[in-house]
Design a protein around this ligand. Sequence first.
Ligand SMILES: Cc1cc2nc3c(=O)[nH]c(=O)nc-3n(C[C@H](O)[C@H](O)[C@H](O)COP(=O)(O)OP(=O)(O)OC[C@H]3O[C@@H](n4cnc5c(N)ncnc54)[C@H](O)[C@@H]3O)c2cc1C
Ligand code: FES
Length: 283
Amino acid sequence: MSRRLSGYRTGANRLRVTRLVDVKPVSPTVKSFRLKDSKCAGAKPGQFLMLWIPGVDEIPLSILDGDGREWVSVAVKNVGAASCALHNAKVGDVVGVRGPFGNSFGNGSGVSGRRLLLVAGGTGVAPLLFLVRRFLPKRVSAAFVLGAGTKDELLFLDDLEGLKKKGMRFFAATEDGSCGALGLCTEPVERLLTEEHFDLVLACGPEPMRLRVLELAEKLGVEFQASLERLMRCAMGLCGSCVVGKYRVCVDGPVFNSSQLREMKGEFGFSKRDFSGRKIPLG
Ligand SMILES: Cc1cc2nc3c(=O)[nH]c(=O)nc-3n(C[C@H](O)[C@H](O)[C@H](O)COP(=O)(O)OP(=O)(O)OC[C@H]3O[C@@H](n4cnc5c(N)ncnc54)[C@H](O)[C@@H]3O)c2cc1C
Ligand code: FES
């Protein structure tokens, strides 16, 4: 089936009205939300959904987890109208969902049996935590580097520390030194990439970080994939809001490999489109 049309053919694009079944604080600015939706419950790591907050807006969110049958969860940072309304929502409140949309890490073939280096910052941890939870039992060797400004902003720290028992190595870095290494997460990434062999580096988080990790992976000849965030409205390849170079992030991504990212030179790491379609510098 063509990925470009998968939203139509699988019915993923149909808006389903559902309810929040769990709401939990994750950090001072981030909460996780679980909702009932059998379609998104079967999503693959890297895919995203569109969440409609009635009367406010519909926003794209990476899938944090799903049980394959009934529920799906997301982690949301309170940054504006829709995310703030969601932060004020309670268990039982009505929301709408479309999806799952987009491709997944590993280009559909998964990442089983590979040596992975995962690099995350901010809410970018969500799809990579989903991936590592799903693939650790499947002969994956993983090192996970998580970066943030302060310890408070290191999301899902306990979950990631807990995965050490399952064989994952975990490294934290904070800009104020309140947890893990002092400085940017790209510093431990550079050390790991220089000292060890990895088959694949996966990054999700602030775009300057993704750009730096791409440069490091390319220098050392390691395969690289990153998940991109751009303005999204239709999520089906129709409106053009999410265009970067020749790609529409919603249907061709959100996960892209090194050669695709190289084709986006001058845009990846530097610019995005605003609601009127103009290119503006990344904030
Ligand atoms: C594929 C993808 C996955 C994402 N995953 C997550 C996630 O897991 N957790 C999370 O907290 N955030 C995620 N985001 C970002 C999230 O969609 C925005 O923070 C949210 O849309 C902000 O909406 P708002 O009304 O709260 O804020 P607004 O005040 O409307 O916007 C604040 C900023 O959010 C961005 N934004 C606003 N509307 C959109 C939109 N329709 N599409 C994309 N960006 C927008 C813009 O940069 C804007 O400047 C993801 C974005 C994309 C594209
Ligand atoms: S969000 Fe409309 S084309 Fe991607």
